[in-house]
Design a protein around this ligand. Structure first.
Ligand code: SF4
Ligand code: SF4
Length: 189
């Protein structure tokens, strides 16, 4: 580095100029927007979540759901492949024998600890029967401050499939947004 570069003065001045340049630009644009001008030029890129939303791509990995077959039963065959593939070791399964002789086993217990989950999607990739998906488009759930509440059980994961089917992805997302807005207004309820 040259002597000037080693003093970092130029870099610091450049950084400050850049920051204040952006600040001035956004301030001017917001002012113009308020007066009804330059509406087509966006100002800041901040999304005011949960009051505004960004449209996610179709491959967004959202909250998990356990898929159901046509009769509404769980598709999972308790093969443990998802739990084996999971790098966070946050899927807990207990297999049980099924009453139907044609079905070898089913998950008596299926839980995901969403506090440990890193939303990598490996469980979905590993499943041979499409029994687990992350296509709900929902953010990770916010529960009361008790770690046990963040463990989503089989019924919760199955219910999410039913809700997605009954309401559709948009209504499900609106429900989620409403919950987040309520949480923002009344965080201690
Ligand atoms: S998304 Fe990744 S970390 Fe989360 S349960 Fe699936 S495999 Fe485990
Ligand atoms: S969700 Fe899929 S991979 Fe996981 S235990 Fe069930 S069938 Fe196997």
């Amino acid at each position: 580095m040259t002597f000037l570069e080693r003093t970092y003065v130029v870099a610091v001045v450049q950084g400050v100029m850049l920051t204040f340049g952006r600040l001035l630009r956004n301030f001017t644009l917001h002012l113009l927007h308020l007066l009804g001008f330059a509406k087509s030029t966006p100002a800041t890129v901040s999304i005011q979540y949960p009051n505004e939303r960004r449209v996610y791509p179709a491959r967004y990995r959202g909250r998990h759901r356990l898929t159901l077959d046509q009769s509404g039963d769980i598709k999972c065959t308790s093969c443990f492949l998802c739990a084996t593939a999971c790098p966070a070791r946050c899927i807990y399964i207990e297999a049980a024998e099924h009453d139907d002789g044609r079905v070898e086993k089913f998950p008596h217990r299926y839980e995901i600890d969403t506090l440990l989950c890193i939303y990598c999607g490996y469980c979905v990739e590993a499943c041979p029967v499409d029994a687990i998906r992350m296509d709900t488009g929902l953010h990770p759930e916010v529960y009361a401050p008790d770690p046990r509440l963040f463990i989503e059980d089989k019924e919760t994961l199955m219910q999410r499939s039913r809700l997605l089917e009954d309401l559709g992805p948009e209504a499900l997302y609106q429900q989620h947004m409403k919950k987040m807005q309520d949480l923002e207004k009344f965080p201690f309820n």
